[in-house]
Design a protein around this ligand. Structure first.
Ligand code: CMC
Length: 430
């Protein structure tokens, strides 16, 4: 007999169906709860709410497991390329060589952005944060490709929009940076691999071409893979919620970029490095900052620690920590004072009762910033790199939502405001 959960309210019992995923995760289906009882559920921050069924990413926070379409993150980070992982997330299977070649070729043919994008970029002050620019320009693609807003588009048209977005995001990202430092834009070079082309556009000048370093290219490829999807996190849920109104792919992803920017989400990678630099400037005493993080009267948090889902360790952080050691060694900056402070902070936090009790471990953002810094990536671009990495996940989740014909997202609330009262004309107000 199918498993159910009984709920008794005012002497009446209703049975809630239990649904189970392929990894034996279970949920009560409360879809008819309000109709049957007049009650809704209350779960601020959606800590216990399964908002969708999804076949893309499996995550077990207790065991520290992360798999894309069934493949362990450790294997993908070690052996795959970022575009291969993008294909896997979006289309559900690892590509054959022919499928991969065709996908990569199509992406390489769409790296140019419309020339008028330069005029939009011109309008931004040089102080603009590249994440703000990225979100705006991605949304502006709806204007350059107006057919992309039609919810009725064919599978071929959707594929074209997907390819365009993956291809153009690196050009837009690199140009957002060039704009912020007042340097000339560098056009893509389609013969370069995806990651190398991004580095080329970010670091080259018309007068001097950036010399690719295989260590940097390979580390960035790995970082992009580690960021590529993370099931229903804040930005992905944003993409799905916006997409559920039949909003376009570009509009939905632009919303996801803005959600990612927040310092509690992807913006934490910039905050981590700024925190480590602040500790260094302060003389390097980590205990002072740990005490601040524990002080409930102080809003300071140890950035790069804690996660809504991972309660033992973040498997991505484990891979990144190892990569940080390797990259810094290969680049000859293994004695980086920031890495030393980071390691001290990690060690102190992991033995401190406050962090142990709350299961606060280093997350993906803790070590990624150190690698980015060693590569010479400007701090304000850290979250932009997270966005490039996360793009295939957002696309896959948006596509899945459409394919599953999910209803528009519209949570309920418990109203706590004033009850009915009469309008008072302005002259009579106290
Ligand atoms: N430093 C100090 N205390 C913390 C921290 C931290 N980084 N994170 C959580 N806590 C405390 C928090 O004060 C609370 O304590 P108490 O129970 O005494 O009130 C307890 O731990 C639980 O925290 P919470 O805010 O209820 O946990 P959450 O699941 O809502 O938040 C989080 C998760 C990631 C937003 C939070 O841990 C945090 O703010 N971390 C720092 C920002 C960060 O590194 N974000 C990147 C997340 S990973 C990348 C991504 O996917 O976005």
């Amino acid at each position: 007999m199918a498993e159910t959960a009984d709920l008794t309210l005012d002497g009446k019992t209703i049975s809630l169906p239990v649904i189970e995923g392929t990894e034996h995760e279970k949920a009560f289906d409360i879809g008819k709860l309000r109709d049957q009882t007049g009650y809704v559920t209350y779960d601020p921050g959606y800590k216990n709410t399964g908002a969708t069924k999804s076949a893309i990413t499996f995550l077990d926070g207790e065991e520290g497991i992360l798999r894309y379409r069934g493949y362990p993150i450790e294997q993908l980070a070690e052996q795959a390329s970022f575009l291969e992982v993008a294909y896997l997330l979006i289309y559900g299977t690892l590509p054959t060589q022919a499928e991969f070649d065709a996908f990569r070729y199509k992406i390489s043919q769409h790296t140019l952005v419309p020339e008028d994008v330069r005029k939009i970029l011109d309008g931004f002050p040089s102080s603009a944060h590249p994440m703000g620019i990225l979100g705006s320009i991605v949304c502006s693609l709806t204007a350059f490709y107006p057919q992309s807003i039609s919810p009725q588009m064919s599978a071929e048209e959707l594929d074209l929009n997907i390819v365009r977005l993956i291809a153009k995001i690196t050009t837009i990202a690199a140009w957002s940076y060039k704009n912020s430092v007042g340097h000339p834009f560098i056009y893509p070079r389609n013969e370069l691999d995806y990651t190398a082309n991004f580095l080329y556009m970010l670091f080259s000048y018309p007068t001097e071409e950036y010399k690719q370093n295989p260590v940097v290219v390979s580390a960035l490829n790995k970082l992009f893979i580690l960021h590529a999807d993370h099931e229903q996190n804040c930005s992905t849920s944003t993409v799905r919620l916006v997409g559920s109104s039949n909003a376009s792919l570009y509009g939905s992803v632009s919303a996801g970029i803005n959600a990612l920017w927040g310092p509690l989400h992807g913006g934490a990678n910039q905050e981590v490095i700024e925190m480590l630099e602040a500790i260094e400037r302060d003389g390097g005493d980590t205990s002072k900052f740990i005490a601040k993080a524990k002080d409930k009267n102080d809003s300071f948090r140890l950035m790069g620690f804690g996660h809504r889902v991972y309660k033992n360790f973040d498997p991505r952080a484990k891979i990144i920590k190892k990569a940080a050691d390797e990259v810094l060694q290969a680049l000859g900056v293994q004695d980086s004072p920031l890495l030393k402070i980071a390691k001290e902070l990690e060690e102190a936090a992991l033995t401190d009762q406050y962090f142990v009790d709350r299961k606060l471990y280093p997350n993906v953002d803790f070590y990624s910033g150190i690698i980015y810094k060693a590569m010479g990536i400007p701090t304000e671009m850290f979250t932009v790199l997270f966005a490039i990495g996360r793009l295939p996940g957002w696309i896959a989740q948006w596509k899945e939502l459409r394919e599953n014909k999910e209803p528009i997202g519209r949570p309920r609330q418990i109203y706590t405001g004033e009850t009915e009262r009469n309008y008072v004309p302005m002259a009579e107000r106290a």
